[in-house]
Unconditional design. Structure first.
Length: 733
């Protein structure tokens, strides 16, 4: 279809589909005697309206040509016929066909003006009381407000999807709120780039040195560094410097604005580890709360159960194991401490300890909840421990806050978890806000065991939580260092520890479960990876393609996930007659594709395959397979949880034949193939290589250049994260 933007104009004849949550609409547009299908964000559009639509033609595999709307201009219905069609369509609640005819016959072409500005006149029509007239007018005024909001967004080339979000957040005054402070569009809720919001503000008359602009820039830099760089705070000097570059403003004016924000409590400032630390309030409160609560829990000693020695011997007999000294110490600590940390690399027996602690808690009559940051990690934890585990998000449950319009955790200090103990695995992935929410939801006497590997990559979100907890030495900690004989036979385990210690893995043997295939150019790497997945591993080692995960340090470049996904889809799931497809952006989703949910969405509905269970929420990193594509709906199977994605939700899915190492955190796969050839220095690090190797359960293959692997081992670059948690914890000792 044509890649050039085209302009069409016509009258909406019917609505085929609308998502009320974000305004995504499929409609039929009548133009010059023929009808076309238009798709896109068009909130509030109703039959009878006249639209000017700029967009690009696409072809749906089932429904044929569709115009994907990029710019939509709405014109109120004109002439008696258009006005009647609009009112009779049901667009205005309380007005049906009969009432619409009476309104048009009574007021003619002034009908819509009467509805908006003089609703009392509607009482001239039999059957319309003053109360009903006001109700009809209120609905129409809301629609007019949405129309003007859309016109404003279109005029300033902002996404029309914002209209629904803004109306939900600010109601009838949404347009006035945005006009008074365009910078509210920046941030997690609306996700407009700062440069676009800044351009809008300047076009509306906000001066370059206006405090509104300067304060918005300061808040943006803090939020950007929280969620993109993992900092919980920024030093004052760095915040002023970064904001000055963003706004092209001198530091003096920014210093004054920062002081004003501090005085109003819109940011927090206090000395932390020799820096004047500036926080957004939510992270300041989360970090401070964690320090206080962990300080209390770390110091609290509990009475161990009577006959602990015999209890541990009985658990060992039942599990047919004899604990090593460090493992026994971990189980004993769990009996007498309210909070403990358990760390160790692969093959050091963390799972054995976990099973022992869980068995001990059961013997003590404690109700224990098992949780992990991701769905895959939770599933693996449950399988290893032989009991149910869930994500931390699901453990805390989610609900809708009518005051803020946002989803929140329903489990908190007012409605705490029923659990007597909580065990969390893969804690290195947990960020500061999530840990604060978990601690808030635990009863004062609840026990907490945090398990993880601090040498893996840190959390995507703000903070360096697990490492800060360990380094603070405020919480009893067991570090498992002994590699057990059976694990030591694995080259995966041996090489993971070599990498962690800064030594080059053994790339020469190519036997057992660790292999290196030398390839020095990007196309050779991609071709080799494809051949391994399609032919060599399934045929020679009996590992099917759906149990192999390809990883890359980077999304871009010749061996990034983008190029790998395109090649792997073509090889493993090529086009086939009868196999549904749907294009979205640069990707063609196809039935049979492996896909990943790439952001937390707490209100996605899922249902259990073949059962009656259902629930809400899919989370960043969940991997599934496209079961079918029928009409506008893509159905994905996430390990037995079935989710239906409408067209407006496809931005939350990405292909997952290949994923970045960061996205693979917390997951384990039967076989892992790592493409190691090129990438930015900040991604080609020891931590990335170590994390990739430790994702493999039975087989790890690295395809690339030995010199690149050596550089990754040598590059122990760990981007500094500004975090005050360790300093606060030390003060609690």
């Amino acid at each position: 279809m044509s890649e050039e933007q085209q302009l069409v104009e016509g009258t909406v004849s019917s609505l085929i589909y609308r998502n009320e949550e974000n305004g995504y609409t499929i409609l039929r547009l009548e133009m010059r005697g023929e009808e076309i299908t238009v798709v896109g964000a068009m909130p509030g559009v109703a039959p009878g309206e006249y639209l000017s639509v700029r967009g690009r033609w696409t072809r749906h595999p089932t429904y044929g040509p569709q115009l994907k709307a990029e710019v939509v201009e709405r014109r109120l219905p004109q002439g008696l016929k258009e006005i009647y069609h609009y009112l009779a369509s049901g667009a205005v609640k309380g007005v049906g066909k009969s009432t619409a005819r009476q309104i048009v016959e009574t007021f003619g072409e002034e009908a819509l003006t009467v509805l908006e500005t003089d609703p009392d006149q509607l009482t001239r029509i039999r059957g319309i009381s003053p109360r009903r007239a006001r109700q009809i007018s209120d609905v129409f005024r809301q629609q007019m407000g949405m129309r003007r909001l859309m016109e404003f967004l279109t005029e300033h080339q902002l996404p029309l999807e914002l209209a629904v979000q803004l109306r939900r957040a600010y109601g009838d005054v949404a347009l006035e709120v945005v006009q008074s402070d365009p910078y509210l569009l920046v941030g997690e809720e609306f996700q407009v780039e700062f440069s676009r919001a800044d351009e809008l503000a300047l076009s509306l008359g906000v001066g370059a040195e206006d405090p509104l602009r300067l304060e918005a820039g300061l808040r943006f830099e803090l939020a950007h560094n929280n969620w993109n760089n993992g900092h919980t705070f920024l030093p004052r000097r760095k915040l002023v410097e970064a904001t000055g570059l963003l706004l092209d403003m001198p530091g003096e004016a920014l210093e004054e604005c920062l002081d004003a924000l501090v005085s109003r409590g819109e940011v927090e400032e206090e000395p932390v580890a020799g820096e004047e630390a500036v926080y957004l309030p939510a992270l300041y409160e989360a970090e401070s709360f964690i320090a206080r609560r962990v300080g209390e829990m770390g110091r609290r000693e509990l009475l161990a159960p009577e006959g602990l020695e015999e209890l541990i011997r009985r658990i060992q007999r039942e599990q047919r194991i004899t604990y090593a000294p460090q493992q026994r110490r971990a189980v004993e600590l769990a009996a007498g401490c309210q909070m403990m940390l358990l760390t160790g690399g692969p093959g050091t027996g963390k799972t054995t300890c976990l099973r022992g602690v869980l068995a001990l808690f059961e013997r003590m009559g404690l109700e224990t909840a098992l949780a992990a940051p991701t769905g895959r990690a939770a599933k693996r934890l449950g399988e290893l421990c032989g009991t149910e585990a869930c994500t931390i998000h699901r453990l805390l449950e989610t609900g809708f806050d009518p005051h803020t319009g946002k989803l929140v955790f329903t489990r908190n200090s007012y409605d705490p978890l029923k659990a007597d103990a909580v065990i969390v695995d893969e804690t290195s992935m947990v960020d500061v806000p999530l840990m604060a929410a978990l601690l808030d939801a635990m009863r004062d006497d609840c026990r907490l065991v945090l398990v993880g590997d601090p040498d893996q990559l840190p959390s995507v979100g703000p903070g360096n939580l697990f490492a800060d907890l360990i380094r603070s030495e405020i919480v009893p900690t067991v570090r498992l260092t002994e590699i057990f004989r059976q694990a030591a036979q694995s080259a995966i385990v041996r090489n993971a520890h070599r990498i962690d210690q800064g030594e080059l893995p053994d790339l020469r043997r190519n036997e057992g479960d660790f292999f290196f295939l030398s390839r020095r150019d990007g196309q050779s790497v991609v071709d080799t990876v494809v051949d391994l997945c399609r032919r060599r591993l399934p045929e020679r080692m009996g590992i099917p393609a759906d149990q192999i995960q390809v990883l890359s340090p980077t999304r871009r470049r010749g061996t990034g996930t983008r190029a790998l996904n395109q090649a792997l889809q073509q090889a493993l799931n090529p086009p086939r007659e009868g196999r549904g497809e749907r294009r979205f952006g640069d990707w063609v989703f196809r039935a049979g594709d492996r896909v990943m949910q790439v952001r937390n969405n707490y209100d996605i509905l899922w249902r259990e395959e073949g059962g009656t269970d259902s629930g809400m929420g899919m989370f960043n990193g969940d991997i599934g397979v496209i079961r079918s594509i029928e009409g506008e709906v893509i159905t994905v199977d996430f390990d037995g949880k079935i989710v239906e994605y409408s067209p407006d939700m496809l931005g939350e899915l990405e292909p997952a034949f290949a994923v970045t190492v960061h996205k693979a955190q917390g997951s384990e796969y039967r076989a892992v193939i790592l493409a190691a050839l090129d990438g930015a220095p900040m991604l080609m690090t020891r931590g990335v290589l170590y994390t990739a190797v430790t994702r493999a359960r039975e087989l790890f293959i690295v395809v690339g250049d030995q010199e690149v692997v050596a550089r990754m081992v040598a590059n122990n670059r760990q981007t500094r994260r500004y975090s005050g948690l360790r300093a606060r914890l030390v003060e609690e000792r």
